[in-house]
Design a protein around this ligand. Structure first.
Ligand SMILES: Nc1ncnc2c1ncn2[C@@H]1O[C@H](COP(=O)(O)OP(=O)(O)OP(=O)(O)O)[C@@H](O)[C@H]1O
Length: 622
């Protein structure tokens, strides 16, 4: 596959130069990485090349045509009106052709750029989705969002601006030089003296402008971060009457951004004018040298006219090419960053069955491990002497043994940081154990395809996540094969129906981001309904630690009761009242099980559980 080849190229290049700092543009490897994406569009690129060529030639033949009109017609005194009209018609045709082919070239290139970017973005998102939780622990969501949005956009700029400019402006410069030599070698050589001077000035200005541009961007991002922080902590700002202080800080940042912007605009204007002056000086220079030659009858007037026009056209491509240097730099950094995401292989993957050539999916889960069929799973869970740590040398769970019978309701309690959530993360295979094994009905979870495992094990999280969308879609997780009736039935089952009916549009009520229009308890009830419609064999509930009102708490208790029927259930409890009726309660401390038994037995042991119970009776959170 071509993108795979591109990634391979990128990885090879990284190995070849491992000491390069991450942010430094690596032009060669970036271009090599892109090659795999470019190949499918090769014919479109050839089309762009042809259009560009025709557009450039149409532009550059116009002064030449004027030269013919002046020297061969007007100054030759031939009074050839027909010839003049033909020249004017060809001139018009060339202008139209330039317009048409520039339009085609730009449209085609935009289309290629956007197609490549859409493909990279799709693959990038898919790749990120496959990463394990360990990866998300390391990567901030902010930087991942940047990779998927702005970095891919920088890729688009690479095609639509950098590539186009290198291509179009490079060719234009080349053709102008060829035309000049074609017209008059001496005058062309004089003009070439100007080329390095103009280029040096343009480069110097560009690098100065880059500094001012970066300063403005940095100040803008500080301003945006400040606004974002204030919006998310708005209640704190209001409670502590910080409005005036925050406004003062905002004004300071706003002022700095304003200054940076003004500096950027000024630099832009100075650069633009300097370029204009240089252009005029060059024209004056050519007019003086060329004018003398015309007066001495060593040069035709039409040639001088054409030269002056070419000199005018000479500046535009130099200006654009130097402008693209910044874009090229940021695009290559972006490409390097995108490919560093691609290069990261997910550390939790489905194991291949023996002798299989390809990664196996849930459909071919019929290997030696596949004696487990979803419908026949009873829900026995064995944690066999497991040990786990997030970071090397910092054990979180140590030699833990826990055997849960099918249909058992297990409560897990313990102090904060005891390792309760980590235990269920291992069962869901968000992480892999370092030692020991976890089995469902005797099959190691590492041998179960992840898609199947996540169908077997349903998780209601401490902070249930609701998506922007209707309640119906949130319950059935956008799976249209689940009918509206099934959703309503599930909601009735867990007692969420009466709450949903009271909402403005009932089941069609659109929830805002993360379901912020609902209370924590209501969100939990909806996620219970989700569990019911997906019918997992094992249910894990990481109970919300937030205080719920007694009515919602009762609703949740009832919901838990109904969803745990005939289903192995593990409840991580923050309120002991939730699990007092559990078949067995596990007490964890520092990654170990220190006590287990039912509520009464544990109270009688007069150990950790009793202590937690007494705390909870005193309304202190466990
Ligand atoms: N992603 C992570 N990376 C590194 N350390 C982590 C991570 N998640 C949890 N920990 C650490 O692992 C330990 C156990 O955390 P865990 O969340 O399993 O505890 P818990 O018993 O569920 O606590 P709580 O009751 O507060 O939710 C804690 O010391 C925590 O800081």
């Amino acid at each position: 596959m071509r993108p795979a080849q591109a990634i391979h190229n990128w990885q090879t290049d990284q190995k070849a130069d491992p000491n390069l700092p991450e942010q430094k543009p690596q032009y060669v490897s970036a271009f090599r990485a892109l090659s795999g994406y470019v190949r499918p569009h090769i014919w479109a690129f050839i089309g762009v090349f042809c259009c560009t060529l025709i557009a450039i030639l149409s532009d550059l033949l116009q002064p030449f045509l004027m030269k013919i009109a002046i020297d061969d017609n007007l100054l030759a005194g031939r009074n050839d009106y027909k010839g003049l009209l033909t020249i004017c018609a060809v001139y018009l045709g060339l202008s139209l052709s330039s317009l048409l082919f520039t339009y085609l070239q730009s449209n085609l290139l935009q289309h290629i750029g956007q197609s490549i970017v859409a493909r990279v973005r799709k693959q990038l998102f898919g790749h990120i989705m496959k990463q394990s939780m360990r990866y998300f622990d390391r990567m901030s969501s902010g930087s991942l969002i940047t990779h998927v949005s702005s970095d891919t956009e920088a890729l688009n700029q690479f095609f639509s601006q950098v590539l186009l400019s290198l291509f179009r402006d490079g060719l234009t410069l080349l053709f102008i030089i060829v035309m000049m030599f074609q017209l008059d070698t001496t005058l062309a050589l004089y003009c070439l003296i100007l080329l390095p001077i103009i280029s040096l000035i343009a480069i110097a200005f560009r690098s100065f402008m880059r500094t001012t541009y970066q300063l403005a961007r940095t100040r803008l991002s500080r301003l945006v971060a400040f606004v974002a922080e204030n919006l998310s902590g708005m209640n704190l700002v209001q409670v502590f009457h910080q409005q005036k202080e925050q406004e003062k800080q905002f004004n300071e940042r706003n002022g700095l951004y304003f200054q940076a912007n003004i500096r950027e605009i000024r630099t832009n204007v100075v650069f633009g004018r300097t370029f204009d002056i240089l252009s005029n000086l060059s024209i004056a220079f050519v007019t003086w040298i060329g004018g003398n030659a015309v007066l001495g009858q060593n040069l035709e007037f039409g040639v001088l006219y054409a030269f002056i026009t070419y000199i005018r056209q000479f500046f535009q491509p130099i200006n654009t090419i130097t402008q693209q240097w910044n874009t090229l730099q940021s695009a290559t950094v972006a490409i390097t960053r995108i490919w560093s995401v691609f290069a990261n292989k997910p550390d939790i993957t489905d194991r291949k069955p023996e002798h299989a050539e390809t990664q196996y999916s849930e459909d071919d889960w019929e290997g030696p491990q596949a004696s487990l069929s979803i419908d026949r799973v009873k829900g026995r869970i064995d944690f066999d002497d497991i040990s786990f740590s997030y970071e090397e040398g910092v054990p979180i769970i140590r030699n833990l043994d826990l055997h849960i019978n099918p249909g058992e309701l297990i409560g897990v309690v313990g102090t904060t940081g005891a390792g309760k959530s980590s235990l269920i993360s291992l069962l869901c295979r968000f992480y892999d154990v370092r030692e020991g094994s976890i089995q469902i009905d005797g099959t190691d979870v590492r041998d179960i395809p992840q898609a199947t495992l996540h169908r077997l094990v349903g998780l209601v999280q401490q902070e249930p996540y609701l998506y922007s969308g209707s309640i119906i879609d949130n319950v059935r997780m956008f799976d249209d094969t689940i009918s509206r009736e099934e959703v309503i039935q599930a909601c009735e089952f867990v007692g969420a129906n009466s709450i949903i009916q009271k909402l403005k549009d009932g089941y069609d009520t659109k929830l805002s981001e993360r379901g912020s229009g609902l209370s924590a308890g209501e969100r939990q009830l909806i996620s219970f309904a989700r569990i019911i419609v997906f019918k997992p064999k094992v249910l894990i509930l990481d109970e919300a630690s937030a205080n719920l009102d007694s009515h919602t708490e009762q609703l949740i208790q009832n919901a838990l009761h109904v969803v745990s029927q005939n289903r192995t259930t593990i409840v991580i409890a923050h309120r002991l009242s939730t699990i007092m009726q559990a078949d067995r309660i596990i007490v964890m401390s520092h990654g170990e099980i220190v006590e287990q038994g039912n509520h009464q037995q544990l109270l009688e042991q007069e150990g950790h559980y009793l202590e937690l119970y007494q705390h909870s009776q005193g309304n202190i959170a466990v």
